[in-house]
Design a protein around this ligand. Structure first.
Ligand code: ATR
Length: 277
């Protein structure tokens, strides 16, 4: 039987994952199906029941999107270190009835920055805005890239401090508020990992953090030039990007984890990219 995969969320209509994985399957010659699946949010065990039904029907793996990333963490039998630190799961593999859980969002982000955007992070100054689930998921992959300094800035500073306190690092790791950024000079990379862009808002970040020779990265995608990217561009930053590459790269990580073969990503990224104007 053809191996079955799915992305589970609610709502699920917007998801690009089936298209991405079908393109990967075609390119690598893998015989799989990949569908979008909407699970009910009520009652509380509806998500787990939907996953169990998929496993019973022969499902081999799933991607997980909002609002189920925490519930996926809770039902897992095994969790990777990245998933454990994030407290959230975006990919699951089913083996002998067991749920093995991963979080590829952070590795996808760092790979997009270092490989696709050609911005190696070793020895660089990196600023991450926000301290929610997205940042917890990205912290270990950022540290693995060995920047000289990694600053996590958040409106609510104790939340940034708590995130930073969870990890050990050979890079300088700093948690702070937005005001302190004004005296910290320029960063080679500034990543907006807040949820501000989802509502068209701008995190209160000073334009002085941007380096014209550096890069600015917006985790959200398909929203065009967000207020954050516009601020970066007005500060002279040439290298601005949104999260479409991260989306495709995290999918590639999951595909390789499931199928043992790495798909090529650039053509898929090009196909999904909405020009930043
Ligand atoms: P996610 O899991 O998507 O990261 P989250 O855990 O709800 O979402 O976290 C949202 C993050 O965006 C938080 O860091 C939040 O800052 P606070 O912790 O200080 O609330 C940040 N955020 C949301 N709206 C923001 C805004 N308008 N400006 C700056 N930060 C914002």
């Amino acid at each position: 039987m053809t191996d079955q995969y799915a992305v589970i969320g609610n709502p699920i209509g917007h998801t690009k994952s089936p298209l991405i994985h079908r393109l990967f399957a075609k390119e690598t010659g893998q015989d799989i199906t990949y569908t979008g699946m909407e699970a009910p949010t009520e009652p509380a065990d509806a998500f787990a029941a939907t996953v169990r039904r998929f496993i019973a029907a022969g499902g081999r793996g799933m991607n997980v999107t909002a609002p189920f990333k925490l519930q996926a963490f809770a039902i897992a039998d095994e969790r990777s270190e990245r998933a454990a630190l994030a407290g959230a799961v975006n990919a699951m593999k089913f083996e002998n009835g067991r749920i093995i859980a991963e979080n590829f969002d952070g590795v996808g982000l760092v790979r997009d920055i270092e490989v696709n955007l050609n911005q190696p992070l070793a020895g660089k100054r990196v600023l991450v805005l926000g301290a929610g689930g997205a940042v917890r998921g990205a912290l270990l992959p950022f540290i693995a890239a060995r920047p000289a300094e990694l600053v996590v800035a958040n409106r609510h500073v104790p939340k940034a401090e708590a995130v930073v306190a969870q990890v050990a690092s050979s890079s300088r790791l700093i948690a702070c508020g937005y005001r302190e950024l004004e005296t910290m000079g320029q960063f080679d990379l500034v990543v907006n990992a807040t949820s501000a862009s989802l509502t068209g808002q701008l995190p209160p970040v000073a334009p002085s953090v941007f380096s014209p020779r550096g890069a600015a990265y917006e985790l959200a995608y398909g929203k065009g030039l967000t207020p954050f990217l516009r601020l970066a561009r007005n500060a002279g930053v040439q290298g601005v990007a949104d999260g479409v590459g991260m989306l495709v790269e995290q999918a590639a990580e999951a595909f390789e984890w499931w199928r043992g073969v790495r798909p090529r990503t650039q053509a898929v990224i090009d196909r999904l990219t909405v020009p930043l104007k």
